[in-house]
Design a protein around this ligand. Structure first.
Ligand code: ADP
Length: 638
């Protein structure tokens, strides 16, 4: 963004060069000038000494001494004034005046020196060039030429004054017998060359310094705009972090409006979202607006030219619309409301989701024509970022609704399907026990087969329910208290001690000494489900005489539970399919006819929902080892 000087600055100062010198620069040029002058005064005094002792000149050395001392004195004066200026806050105008005063007195001192050292013959004439260079470096071209003009005028006055004998002539050399100062041709030639030299030097130096100042101004403008861009980028980044730190829609929207108003430095900000029909824009969040203003309620897109323009754009492309003056705009549906609210300008950006427009983000200012092209780009970037956060929050809302539906479905499913199956089993069991009438061997066989099928059905229902449960993402609230994994593992191992013994298997529970306490963020039901499936599989797929070992170990931030067996193993080629729903390996089917093929899917989904992972190592005919790794939770200090 360009920095433009205020109108009063323009009036006070000549354009370009002087404006580009800041107060600090002017102060330092003034002191540089004073420094140089100490040396110049010393030079003049040394010259006076030299002339007094060594030279046979036609003029009085006392005059040179006098001029040298005068330069010293007025430089001391400038030195003191500048010191006072620096200690108080002075305007650039004051510093500039000081520089003009220094230049003017130097002009006078140089002219006196020229006069005192031979006028037209004086070698001091060359010193005017130094001053012309210094003036051209410090001042605008206009002022520099004025100073050059004054120098030429002063020199002309001296030489003409001496020519017409209005001023005394002090010849440079006492031995000189030719009075060149009365030779009109010589006079004319020196004056012409002196003037043109000064004018050319002024032109050259001001050209160079103007171009340097222009470049300097460009660099300042560029670095200012770079600083602004990086500040905005940082603001955008901060805003993204804040807005994306939650999935709750109301919070996302509130943070978005608050942050947008803050980082754009404006009075207010609002968000309207389209309803399901896509025709109504509902006010969802606002910052800095009165209840009266928000009382407009939902707006019909059809009736709001501004909102239509933002969401549909000129060629059905959503676009940012800047209204520099609400009093003048025909796009506003309720311009009077905005005026009453004290709003003078506003900028609106579309919020666009992946497949549809979501709504509008709007920033309001009390100033007319407040929003620049940079602001338009900035709000567009915020809106793009905000759209992602809003869409995520909307998706989360949908998932939450789906979860509720799923939970309700699971409850109904459990009751409506599980209960009749249990009833059928107990009725079959009743008949089998001979309670109704005697059961012949053929009937017994049929009944036993029917019971086995019903058991399978019940297991299938249980597994389907577990699978559904494992897929419900764990909500933050459910995982608040860390669970001690070792306790849950121990329970499951105890539960399977009898079935293992009945199958003549050794069931061993091995816990590493450092794993006595293993807090994890999970649910007891979920952990139980994981371990029950793994331990029951190990027992199921291990032949009598074999061994099942359950062990627990931990690292700094993770805990591993491994269920290892000396069972039938899994063919290498089938390992990648192991966790797919309904998958069963042929060797497992041979050993156990009944099986749902859902157990390992349940394990995988549940472990995933706790932020962990499951892996398997197996050799056909040798055994298998399933390892569940879970992140360790911090135990809150009590
Ligand atoms: P199910 O046990 O009902 O068949 P799972 O999903 O629990 O279903 O297991 C899927 C398949 O993985 C099993 O059919 C079997 O082929 C294999 N499997 C699981 N655990 C073991 C194990 N401990 N030893 C050998 N094979 C196993």
């Amino acid at each position: 963004m360009a920095i433009s000087p205020s109108a009063s600055d323009e009036r006070d100062n000549p354009p370009l060069a002087d404006n580009s010198l800041t107060e600090a620069e002017l102060a330092s040029s003034n002191s540089w000038f004073i420094h140089l002058r100490w040396m110049a005064a010393a030079g003049v005094l040394l010259a006076a000494l030299f002339i007094t002792t060594q030279m046979r000149v036609g003029f009085r050395p006392a005059t040179i001494w006098g001029i040298g001392i005068w330069i010293l004195l007025y430089n001391l004066g400038f030195f003191l004034v500048l010191r006072r200026y620096k200690s108080a806050t002075r305007s650039p105008k004051d510093f500039r005046r000081l520089a003009y005063a220094q230049m003017s007195l130097d002009w006078l001192a140089t002219t006196l020196l020229v006069h005192a050292t031979g006028g037209i013959e004086s070698p001091v004439t060359f010193f005017f060039i130094f001053h012309v260079v210094i003036a051209s470096m410090l001042f605008s071209r206009q002022i520099s030429f004025i100073f050059t003009g004054v120098a030429i005028a002063l020199f002309t006055i001296v030489v003409l004054g001496e020519y017409f004998s209005l001023l005394a002539h002090y010849p440079l050399s006492a031995l000189q017998n030719r009075a060149v100062h009365t030779d009109p041709l010589y006079l004319l030639a020196v004056l012409a060359f002196f003037s043109s030299t000064l004018l050319i030097v002024t032109y050259l130096v001001t050209s160079i310094s103007e171009s340097l100042r222009r470049h300097e101004a460009e660099v300042i403008t560029l670095s200012e705009s770079l600083r602004l861009s990086s500040a905005r980028l940082q603001a955008l980044n901060e805003s993204a972090q804040v807005v994306n730190s939650t999935l709750e829609l109301p919070q996302v929207l509130t943070r978005l409006v608050t942050n947008t108003a803050r980082v754009m430095g404006v009075r207010a900000c609002s968000i309207r979202l389209l309803d399901k029909t896509g025709k109504l824009l509902e006010p969802m969040a606002a910052y800095g607006l009165s209840q009266t203003y928000l009382g407009k309620g939902p707006i019909e897109l059809q009736n709001s030219p501004l909102d239509r323009a933002v969401l549909q754009g000129p060629q059905l492309a959503p676009t940012v619309i800047n209204i520099p003056d609400v009093h003048q705009s025909s796009l506003l549906q309720y311009p009077d409301w905005a005026v009453q609210e004290g709003i003078s300008s506003l900028v609106s950006a579309p919020l666009i989701g992946k497949n549809r427009p979501l709504g509008i983000l709007r920033a309001y200012s009390e100033d007319i024509d407040h929003f620049t092209a940079d602001d338009e780009a900035f709000i567009s970037a915020i809106a793009a970022q905000g759209s992602i956060a809003i869409e995520n929050a909307l998706t989360y809302q949908t998932i939450e609704t789906l979860d509720a539906t799923k939970a309700a479905f699971i409850r109904v499913f459990t009751h409506e399907l599980r209960s009749p199956v249990s009833v059928i089993r107990s009725l079959l069991q009743t008949i089998l026990s001979g309670y109704t009438s005697d059961v012949n061997p053929q009937q017994r066989d049929i009944l036993e087969r029917a019971i086995r099928r019903v058991d399978y059905l019940r297991k299938l229902i249980d597994d389907l329910l577990d699978l559904a449960n494992g897929r419900v993402p764990q909500r933050a609230g459910e995982l608040t208290a860390p669970i001690m994994l070792n306790g849950v593992v121990e329970n499951v191992v105890h539960r399977y001690e009898l079935p293992a013994r009945e199958k003549s298997l050794t069931l061993e529970w091995r816990q590493a000494p450092d794993s006595a306490s293993c807090p994890v963020r999970a649910t007891v039901e979920g952990l139980d489900r994981i371990l029950t499936n793994l331990v029951s599989n190990a027992i199921k797929y291990t032949l009598p005489g074999g061994k099942v070992t359950v062990s627990l170990s931990r690292s700094a931030d993770e805990v591993c539970v491994t269920v290892e067996d000396t069972g039938i193993g899994i063919p290498d080629s089938l390992l990648p399919n192991l966790f797919e729903e309904f998958f069963r390996a042929p060797n497992a089917k041979e050993l156990e006819r009944e099986g749902t093929g859902l157990g390992l899917s349940i394990v995988r989904d549940t472990v995933n929902s706790f932020g962990g992972r499951v892996s398997v190592q197996s050799r056909l005919g040798v055994g298998s080892a399933f390892t569940v790794t879970l992140p360790l939770a911090d135990i809150p200090a009590s």
